[in-house]
Design a protein around this ligand. Structure first.
Ligand SMILES: NC(=O)c1ccc[n+]([C@@H]2O[C@H](COP(=O)([O-])OP(=O)(O)OC[C@H]3O[C@@H](n4cnc5c(N)ncnc54)[C@H](OP(=O)(O)O)[C@@H]3O)[C@@H](O)[C@H]2O)c1
Length: 305
């Protein structure tokens, strides 16, 4: 099959190469998915799991990309719950070969059915950003209607989902980003926008939940805005700052079929919008994933036309 591989961490994203790889075999409880569309997180080259297996042994050449939408073509030993020919979407294991390829072997539990009226490109744009926002807001942040949420990077992949889901849950949402992102963030449903380069973050206060996708100084300053009993949720590693009288939580997103189903339901009925920028073919993926100018929205690789 055709696949994008990486072999050398120091080369970063520019080390991606389109090549031929053997088709993956299905393990116990796996399905094989013929990939129609694939999503990629720009920081994947920094993750240890891109380079090593769970015992920390080199696993290169590895295939990056962890979001997919496609069609099941085979079932592994013992696999239940999905069938050959079914349209699916989901989140691939961090430590296994990923989705920038024509086929992937993936545990069935990492996938959910993709409704027939949802395009594969849309399906591939949802798993990482949708599940991360869902789990950060509802499982870890326990957001409630009437609370205030500071959604950092609200024009980005995760932040745009955080903004929309928090708003739908009845929260008051303050989205942040660069000056040029103001309109986009307000269109995703933020009540207010804070331009991190020009506005004073310190002018806002009494936040119940900070959803941090940036880290560093922005995170430290944001932790001070949290009211007693509030929560800092970080997705960029262990929190460097704690709210004075609240919780700090960091987590890595997990596959969850029920949550994927909730997310795609919202896309179908118009409550949730995708944030897709560029759509490219697998042949052009290396260039598309190494953009020369600022990326706006998710880049999705359409593996099959
Ligand atoms: N723990 C997890 O499970 C998990 C899951 C998903 C993602 N992540 C991590 O979360 C981070 C965000 O992911 P993403 O896919 O949402 O990225 P993204 O699409 O690039 O979104 C990040 C947004 O934040 C903005 N931003 C970053 N730094 C900023 C700053 N200093 N001032 C103003 N705006 C700033 C970016 O603007 P620019 O494009 O202009 O920089 C962009 O709009 C990444 O580090 C990713 O690895 C973690």
């Amino acid at each position: 099959m055709k696949a994008i591989i990486v072999t050398e961490q120091a080369a970063g994203r520019s080390g991606m190469k389109l090549t031929e790889r053997p088709n993956p075999p299905a393990a116990i409880n796996d399905v094989i998915v013929q990939i129609h569309a694939s999503g990629f997180v720009p920081t994947e080259m920094e993750w240890p799991s891109t380079w090593t297996d769970r015992r920390d042994r080199d696993r290169t050449p590895s295939i990056p990309g962890h979001e997919l939408a496609g069609v099941v073509t085979a079932l592994g030993y013992g696999t239940t719950g999905l069938s050959v020919g079914q349209r699916v979407f989901g989140l691939a294991d961090w430590y296994r070969d990923g989705t920038l390829a024509e086929y992937v072997a993936i545990e069935a539990r990492n996938l959910a059915p993709l409704p027939g009226d949802i395009d594969f490109t849309v399906g591939a744009s949802l798993p990482v950003s949708g599940l991360t926002a869902w789990q950060g807001l509802f499982r870890h942040g326990r957001v409630q209607a009437g609370q205030s949420v500071l959604a950092h990077g609200a024009a980005g992949a995760v932040g745009s989902m955080v903004t929309q889901l928090a708003r739908e849950a009845g929260a008051y949402v303050i989205g942040t980003g660069r000056a040029a992102d103001r309109q986009k963030v307000l269109e995703f449903g933020a009540h207010e926008f804070v331009d991190l380069d020009n506005d004073a973050l310190e002018d806002i206060g009494g936040i119940d939940l900070v959803f941090d996708v940036i880290g560093g100084d922005i995170q430290k300053r944001s932790a001070r805005l949290i009211r007693a009993g509030g929560t800092l949720v970080s997705i960029v590693g262990p929190a460097e700052a704690r709210p004075a009288d609240g919780l700090a939580i960091d987590f890595v997103v997990e596959a969850d079929r029920a949550q994927l189903t909730e997310i795609v339901l919202r896309v179908r009925d118009g409550r949730l919008r995708t944030n897709i920028g560029n759509v490219s073919t697998l042949d052009d993926a290396v260039a598309a994933l190494n953009p020369t100018k600022r990326r706006r929205g998710n880049t999705i690789i359409r593996v099959r036309p």
